[in-house]
Design a protein around this ligand. Sequence first.
Ligand code: ADP
Ligand code: ADP
Length: 228
Amino acid sequence: MIRFEQVSKVYPDGTTAVDGLSFEVERGELVTLVGPSGCGKTTTMMMVNRLIEPTAGRILVDGEDVSAVDPVRLRRRIGYVIQHVGLFPHRSVLDNTATVPALVGWKRAKARARAAELLDLVGLDPAVYGSRYPAQLSGGQRQRVGVARALAADPPVLLMDEPFGAVDPVVREHLQNEFLALQATVRKTVLLVTHDIEEAVRMGDRIAVYGQGRIEQFDTPGAVLGAP
Ligand code: ADP
Ligand code: ADP
């Protein structure tokens, strides 16, 4: 579903962030990208939805070279969740969640009905939380809205960059388990960036272990943990 072929990224200042990456993520698979800060995980992820352009190689999503797809159209098919969610502060939780369906041209009533459904799915009662504003939510609740918003237009692919990084460890474990339960039903193709090996092991069907700009191991949690 996602395929990297010899992909490199050298930033204008000469920093090589990613060096000849090749790997493949199957449909419905959750792959975690793990490694220390600065090893190229975020760069890898942001090339999938063309927030960053590679300097060499190519990336295919569902068989299509992303460099040939209009970035706006591409991002409608790829949900994106980041650490500090980036909700619109002056829009209600329901309107935040309905952002993407509204952008892709759904009628307002349909977009809001879909948003309510998604809030329910991530454990936020829309009747209680739909009319609140982001500042009136806890950190964990904001992350849930971020996930609901990313799923709202039903994209086949989901990119998650440290999605549970901004909350305390107890809430984090709760959100991780919630997301795994959700993923068991929605079966998105997911790339999840983390610097936390425990999270990588708990969440990943497979794990890409990064060294500097390269994937050093790409395997199941059991195999990664069993490695010498
Ligand atoms: P990670 O997500 O693993 O922390 P990044 O992909 O953010 O790593 O960064 C990989 C490398 O690229 C780092 O050395 C980082 O400093 C560098 N880098 C990231 N963004 C830029 C940029 N816009 N310009 C120059 N160097 C960058
Ligand atoms: P979580 O485990 O989801 O992070 P918290 O323990 O942080 O939740 O918050 C507990 C409750 O307090 C939640 O039901 C949330 O609605 C409420 N809450 C947290 N912050 C605020 C706020 N700034 N305004 C109103 N309610 C809040």
